[in-house]
Design a protein around this ligand. Structure first.
Ligand SMILES: [Zn+2]
Length: 303
C-alpha cells in the first residue's frame, strides 16, 4: 500500500500519525583521543573548533533542524578555562555552553556524555558542570554500554547517582541515547524507536514499569534517515508509531566542509520536513512527544 504523506490527516482514527523524529548528535571526548586532543588540550585548537561549533549551531537554527550537543567533562573544563572575555565577545558575552543553551532551546540542547566505565568524572559530575556553565540539566545519558551484560553501565541510572569528582552533586536521569558495546567489540545499538529497557540482560524488552526511556539512533548517519523515510513512503512502517533516527558526528572533527555537508543533508529532506513525515526534534522533546502524542507506545525497530 502506497500512500501520499501530504494527504494524510494528522491522525488516523485514534492513532497518531507515523513520523520519523530526528536530531543531530555530537560528541567531544576526553584525552587521550586522537581527534579530540587538539581541541581539549590545546587552546588554539579549542578556539578554532569553538568558531566552527558556533557556525554549526547557527546553521541548525537557520535550517530549522535539531541538535543534541553531548559533552564530556574535559571539554567543559576547556570552555571554563579558555572562554575569556575576548572570546565571549563573539557569543553575546556568554561562554559557549550558555550561548548555545540559550540560542534556540527548542532546537539545540546540551546533554551530558561520559565514559563512566573508564573512571573519572561521571554523569552527575558532567551534568553539574553543564549547569555551572549555564546549560540547564536535562537528564539525558548521552552514551552508555549495554553489551555485554556484565559490563553494562546504564542500569545505575534507574536511581539517582552522585558525582565522583563532586560527591555532593546528585543527578536523576530520564533518557538513554547511544547504547554501545564495551570497547566497541560487539554490535552498537542500531534500533529506531522509543522504549523502556527492562533490565541488564533484557535491554531490548520494553517494561512499562521501568523509569528510563531509550531513544534509538538507528544507523546514526544520513543514510539511516533516508532509509527510514523511504520505508515510511513505501508503507513499510507500522501505523501510529514514532520512529527515531540521529545523525552523529564528532564535534572535534568539524570543518567548514562538514558544516556545509550537514546542511546539505538537512536540505535533502526539506520536502519531508514540510509534509510532516520528518520532524526535527531534540531528545528531550522526542521523549515528551512519545509520552504525550504516542501514549508511550513502545517501538523497537531494527534493520
Ligand atoms: Zn565518548
Amino acid at each position: 500500500m502506497i500512500s501520499c504523506s501530504t494527504e494524510k490527516k494528522e491522525t488516523a482514527g485514534d492513532q497518531p500519525r507515523t513520523r520519523i523524529y530526528a536530531t543531530f548528535v555530537s560528541h567531544n571526548e576526553r584525552s587521550p583521543h586522537a581527534e579530540c586532543d587538539p581541541v581539549v588540550t590545546d587552546q588554539a585548537g579549542y578556539l578554532a573548533n569553538r568558531a566552527l561549533t558556533r557556525k554549526f549551531a547557527e546553521m541548525i537554527v537557520t535550517h530549522q533542524a535539531a541538535w543534541d550537543m553531548q559533552s564530556d567533562y574535559q571539554y567543559l573544563e576547556a570552555v571554563q578555562a579558555w572562554d575569556t572575555d575576548t572570546e565571549k565577545a563573539s557569543t553575546d558575552g556568554k561562554n559557549l555552553i550558555q550561548y548555545l543553551a540559550e540560542l534556540s532551546p527548542d532546537r539545540i540542547v546540551l546533554d551530558a556524555h561520559g565514559h563512566t566505565e573508564t573512571g573519572g568524572p561521571n554523569y552527575a559530575d558532567i551534568s553539574y558542570l553543564h549547569e555551572l556553565l549555564g546549560a540547564p540539566r536535562n537528564g539525558v545519558v548521552g552514551g552508555f554500554i549495554y553489551d555485554p551484560t556484565e559490563s553494562e553501565t546504564w542500569t545505575q541510572f534507574e536511581t539517582i547517582t552522585t558525582g565522583r569528582v563532586n560527591p555532593a552533586v546528585a543527578w536523576a536521569s530520564d533518557i538513554l541515547w547511544g547504547g554501545g558495546t564495551l570497547n566497541h567489540q560487539g554490535v552498537d545499538d542500531t534500533s529506531s524507536g522509543v522504549w523502556r529497557p527492562k533490565d541488564a540482560s533484557n535491554f531490548y524488552v520494553d517494561d512499562p514499569g521501568a523509569h528510563l526511556v531509550n531513544i534509538g539512533a538507528y544507523w546514526g548517519n544520513p543514510e539511516g534517515l533516508t532509509d527510514l523515510l523511504d520505508k515510511l513512503h513505501s508503507g513499510r512502517l507500522e501505523q501510529g508509531r514514532m520512529y527515531t533516527a540521529a545523525i552523529f558526528f564528532n564535534q572535534c572533527t568539524l570543518s567548514d566542509d562538514i558544516v556545509q555537508q550537514l546542511a546539505v543533508d538537512i536540505d535533502a529532506h526539506a520536502a519531508d520536513a514540510a509534509s510532516g513525515d520528518l520532524v526535527w526534534a531534540t531528545l528531550p522533546e522526542i521523549e515528551r512527544i512519545w509520552r504525550e502524542d504516542y501514549s508511550s507506545t513502545p517501538i523497537i525497530f531494527v534493520q
